[in-house]
Design a protein around this ligand. Structure first.
Ligand code: HDL
Ligand code: ZN
Length: 413
């Protein structure tokens, strides 16, 4: 095949391949208002709030005092009307509207609003999964979030397209406060992590694993996260999380490098990035060979060393171009170095979607870049005389978009 023939075949195969989205903040309808969707939620995505605030001199609290609709109007005016929406998050809104069949050239926000007001949620969810070709998403389920906790305790109606993940940040990043909350729930835990406290945290984790049946346990961790050390996070990781992970054969997902509330005035939009310790990740993989670690790190500077670490440990599966990395220029760079050193044994992307409709743009944008990289890689193979069939391409691309993840889950380590 010529390069052009390879390019068009690769694009079609990537476009048609179903996706498993292994980390999102989406919720199925049984969680009520926690499921965000529609144009006003798209426009008030915290990425766009941060970007709009750079052009606004209004007091932060005036913005936060506005209604969702007023915030969306202001962001539309600031990033789309007064300036061309070229940032990744702004362009994403337009990609979603366009793929839904709305006329983006009209720039008519109220016409878009009428469309969203006209759809029935259940039908709309089907349409979003159909357009984005997502087979299922993994949610972020936090038992310490009051609203969400209530749904779990009442018992939720399961939707196979939305799989649970047990999110345990509060245990690993804010033990002082979290130990108080767990004591109020009847767990005999102390701030100082003694064996009894570790046992009670294991009881808590086991109870929520029984309740949620999660795909994995997950935590977002700061750049300062270190194991081993005498911090509560390190002790709780080794004395509570990992023993339960081993016993329940449940992977542990760690997302490392978030500097929370760098600018507290921006609230959910105020987090920044810092370099993670790959030494700590290697320590965990080396000392817990039967635990499966899913890893993504937030700093671009960490990416190469994380790929090298993955070459050393088959119980380390790296995934996604997370958050500040989910931009075309960096997705391309990261995908190339992963493919060049790991072949197919990684998961190229996750959406991190917070708003249901984002699945449409986040996967359209990522697939386009993955297709470009694969065109080069298959062309390089063709130059040696190695011919890859369409069926083999479909097998390969399935690996990158969730297949490797599911194989990793099945491995007997
Ligand atoms: O901690 C996380 O899971 C992050 O993805 C945060 O939710 C962050 O705010 C985000 O949405 N990033 O895309
Ligand atoms: Zn996330």
């Amino acid at each position: 095949m010529t390069r052009e023939e390879i390019k068009s075949l690769v694009r079609r195969v990537v476009e048609e391949t179903e996706v498993i989205d292994i980390h999102t903040h989406l919720f199925d309808p049984s969680f009520g208002k926690l499921l965000l969707w529609g144009i006003d939620e798209l426009l008030t995505y915290h990425y766009l709030i941060a970007e709009a605030m750079r052009f606004l001199d209004m007091p932060y609290d005036d913005f936060w005092g506005m209604s969702k609709r007023e915030q969306a109007d202001l962001i539309w005016e600031t990033l789309f009307v007064k300036r061309s929406p070229i940032s990744e998050a702004a362009r994403g809104v337009l990609t979603t509207l366009n793929k839904l069949g709305l006329d983006v050239s009209k720039r008519d926000l109220n016409a878009y609003r009428s469309y969203f007001e006209s759809v029935k949620l259940e039908d709309y969810i089907d349409r979003v999964f159909e357009l984005s070709k997502v087979k299922y998403v993994v949610m972020t389920n936090n038992p310490f979030d009051e609203e969400e906790r209530r749904v779990w305790l009442e018992g939720r109606r399961e939707d196979p397209r939305f799989k649970p993940a047990l999110r345990i940040d509060p245990i690993l990043t804010d033990w002082e406060r979290t130990s108080g909350i767990m004591r109020s729930w009847g767990y005999d835990v102390m701030e100082r992590v003694e064996p009894k406290t570790a046992a009670e945290v294991r009881r808590f984790l086991n109870e929520w694993i029984d309740r949620m049946k999660p795909v994995y346990m997950a935590a977002s961790l700061p750049p300062t996260f270190r194991v081993p050390c005498d911090e509560p996070a390190s002790i709780l990781m080794e004395e509570a999380v990992l023993p339960v992970a081993e016993e329940r054969k449940l992977p542990v997902a760690m997302m490392i490098g978030v500097k929370r509330s760098t600018n507290p005035h921006l609230r959910v939009a105020g987090d920044s990035v810092g370099k993670a310790s790959i030494d700590s990740i290697e320590y965990l993989c080396r000392n817990y060979p039967s635990v499966k670690f899913l890893l993504t790190v937030l700093s671009r500077e960490n990416q190469h060393e994380l790929v090298v670490a993955a070459r050393k440990f088959r119980n380390l599966h790296i995934f996604g171009c997370w958050w500040f990395l989910n931009n075309p220029s960096i997705v391309e760079e990261i995908t190339r170095e992963r493919m060049e050193m790991l072949g197919w044994s990684f998961t190229a992307q996750h959406s991190d979607a917070r708003v249901l409709d984002q699945l449409i743009y986040k996967w359209a944008h990522s697939k386009s870049i993955i297709a470009d990289v694969l065109t080069d890689k298959y062309s390089d193979l063709a130059e040696t005389g190695w011919v890859v069939s369409e069926e083999e391409m479909r097998r390969d691309v399935r690996m990158l978009l969730g297949g490797s993840f599911e194989e990793f889950l099945k491995m007997k380590l």
